[in-house]
Design a protein. Structure first.
Ligand code: AMP
Length: 122
């Protein structure tokens, strides 16, 4: 699958559609999820055009990878997530139910999130 430059997160990066922005630098943009699944639900996306965690891990530069993950932790810190713990998720492809084909991390917290998976072993 090729990267689609018209995916919704690419449009957010180009300021073609708005987002509830939390942080931005040369490596990444963080914003609140439009349909939160927890009291705190932020998304962190790299500035570069990467389809998924797999694509980013394989093809991004060391600077992009370090810069991106440091933004993710910075945003988690800014949101106060480390105090009581939180969850970082990246959905990949069909089985992972990835809806937006621009790599992103979900940062979730603000309550007890329960066990990790409700389904997966049948
Ligand atoms: P995923 O299934 O991992 O691809 O998750 C995509 C996430 O993007 C979902 O949690 C959506 O609620 C979220 N989302 C989709 N459109 C927007 C938007 N315009 N602004 C913020 N979050 C969005």
């Amino acid at each position: 699958m090729n990267y689609d430059p018209d995916n919704i997160f690419a449009k957010i990066l180009r300021n073609e559609i708005p987002c509830d922005r939390l942080y931005e630098d040369e490596y990444a943009l963080a914003f609140n999820d439009i349909s939160p699944q927890a009291p705190i639900h932020a998304l962190v996306i790299p500035k570069g055009q990467y389809l998924s965690f797999a694509d980013f891990s394989a093809n991004a530069s060391a600077d992009e990878i370090a810069g991106f993950f440091r933004v993710a932790q910075r945003v988690a810190d800014d949101l106060g997530l480390p105090k009581d713990g939180f969850r970082v998720i990246s959905n990949i492809g069909r089985n992972g139910h990835q809806e937006v084909m621009h790599f992103h991390l979900h940062l979730l917290g603000g309550c007890d999130l329960g066990s990790m998976l409700k389904r997966g072993l049948g």
